[in-house]
Design a binder for this molecule. Structure first.
Ligand SMILES: [Zn+2]
Length: 502
């Protein structure tokens, strides 16, 4: 009888505690998702219940160590409540970038930390926390002998089972994303960068290279490559554009494709092979180097990005997982033309491009293919809606590149623009969507080259080569060697035969 009473009290306590955690922490990860309809809402509701159940498991096990729980739980709770406020109000992404900002204490640059609402939120949560910690003290300690302990073990297993079934399903949501962000922060990167020791030189002057690193854009959705919809209304009117429709990469997600593209590593190399950053070589040859990105940087290519002299990441606390992510056109506000110097220059513009959730990538002016999706849950959208949303991101890119080219036309330098997407995208082939899974549809990224009058007049032979190679099958290996080739690099070994200008 005593035991039964204790069980009841224990269950009641943990139900209440989990409700507290749900309200102040976990639900924040679910409020910004576009559900669209009841079906999607129900799916995500089950998702939330499973996640909360797994949280219960960890909290219960921790609570059986009574003294530790009394210290550790309030600390974790306050930290997570403070984070969740920004997830609730601004849909920020808790990931490497956020953890880095907290650790290196420059978080206030991006968000107004001490707003009145924040303090209110914190105070209310602290009062609730105090109430539950008092209840906990009165509770005859939970123990491993309690049947609830078995339930807790089952709950913890849920976490690993769900993650095995779908990677990131829980890891990318509160409270787990905070933990995994910290792990990522302290983890050593896979790729080791080699220093450039050679006395590298460039025999060229007054060159401006703009490399636009795209995201999830497959070549066959450009009307420039024969797509049946007019997804390139502006670029198709432009002269001096060459589209390469047969680029190949087997590396179908950002974290592994970007390090390969930006170094002398080949698609056939192991992804932990030490490589040389493209920017290190150019910098050594006297180029000014800048990186302007709209993607929060991932560990796997962070060091490469920072081999640029200047690095600007816009909107860095919103990753692809956020629905309030800044649109790519803002990147151009940070990109300027400098006609005062004849110094060679490379600017890399890293887009969020056509990354899912597609509707977050374009504004209403580009909602031309209709109807678009209204739910993040794919099962609630038709193939047509998904395709329309995706193709609108291609329209947005068309506008983006057109704006960039107009800006580049004001440059007095010999200017060349290379656009390359990091990989393609699976759009319903064999019932699959997105990327990062083995499928041929994500291995053919879009690639374009635009050149200025000045570039054409100085390098007519190179332009001829470009036109001749347009139909060739090439791999993303071409980028490193092509850029060194047009940069006239000497005293550094690279594979000139892989250059699209050779
Ligand atoms: Zn990507």
């Amino acid at each position: 009888m005593v035991k039964e009473n204790f069980m009841k009290k224990e269950i009641k306590f943990h139900l209440g505690l989990n409700l507290l955690i749900a309200v102040f922490i976990t639900i924040a990860s679910y409020v910004h998702i576009p559900y669209g309809n009841l079906k999607a809402f129900s799916i995500y509701f089950i998702h939330f219940l499973l996640l909360q159940f797994s949280v219960f498991g960890f909290v219960y096990v921790l609570s059986s160590f009574k003294k530790i729980f009394k210290i550790v739980f309030p600390i974790l709770f306050i930290i997570l409540v403070s984070i969740s406020f920004w997830v609730y109000t601004q849909d920020i992404t808790i990931d490497l970038g956020m953890i880095q900002a907290i650790v290196e204490s420059n978080i206030d640059i991006a968000i107004d930390v001490f707003s009145l609402q924040f303090l209110m939120y914190l105070i209310v949560s602290l009062i609730c926390l105090f109430y539950y910690m008092k209840k906990f003290s009165k509770l005859n300690s939970s123990s491993i002998k309690s049947p609830l302990f078995l339930v807790a073990i089952l709950a913890i297993s849920t976490f690993f089972l769900v993650e095995k079934y779908k990677y990131g399903a829980f890891k990318r949501k509160l409270p787990y994303n905070a933990y995994f962000g910290i792990i990522k922060y302290f983890k050593k990167p896979n790729l080791k960068l080699k220093e450039v020791k050679e006395p590298v030189k460039s025999k060229e002057k007054n060159i401006q290279i703009v490399f636009v690193l795209g995201e999830s854009l497959r070549a066959d959705h450009l009307s420039l490559n024969g797509y049946h919809r007019n997804t390139n209304p502006l670029l198709s009117k432009k002269q001096q554009i060459i589209s390469f429709s047969k680029v190949y990469t087997p590396l179908t997600y950002t974290a592994i494709s970007v390090p390969q593209i930006l170094t002398n590593n080949s698609i056939y190399d192991k992804n932990n092979k030490a490589g040389v950053s493209l920017f290190s070589v150019l910098q050594k040859a006297g180029f000014s180097t800048e990186w302007i990105g709209n993607q929060s940087i991932e560990k796997s290519y962070k060091d490469i990005v920072y081999t640029n002299k200047s690095v600007t990441i816009i909107d860095k606390f919103h990753s692809v997982l956020s629905f309030k992510k800044e649109k790519d056109l803002s990147l151009l506000d940070n990109f300027s033309i400098d006609n005062t110097s004849t110094k060679n220059k490379i600017s890399t513009i890293h887009m969020i491009g056509s990354h899912w959730y597609y509707n977050s990538r374009f504004d209403s002016r580009f909602e031309r293919f209709k109807p678009i999706t209204s739910s993040k849950y794919i099962g609630s959208s038709t193939n047509e809606e998904l395709m329309n949303s995706y193709d609108n991101t291609v329209l947005y890119l068309d506008f983006f590149l057109n704006e960039l080219i107009e800006k580049l036309k004001t440059s007095s330098k010999k200017t060349i623009l290379i656009y390359l997407s990091d990989h393609g995208e699976i759009l319903g082939e064999d019932g699959k969507w997105f990327h990062a899974q083995k499928h041929q549809a994500s291995t053919n990224p879009a690639m374009l080259v635009w050149y200025s009058d000045n570039f054409r007049d100085n390098y007519p032979l190179k332009i001829n080569q470009l036109k001749l190679k347009q139909q060739d099958s090439i791999s993303t290996d071409f980028l490193f060697h092509s850029i060194l080739d047009i940069s006239g690099i000497e005293n550094f070994k690279y594979k000139k035969e892989q250059s699209i200008f050779k």
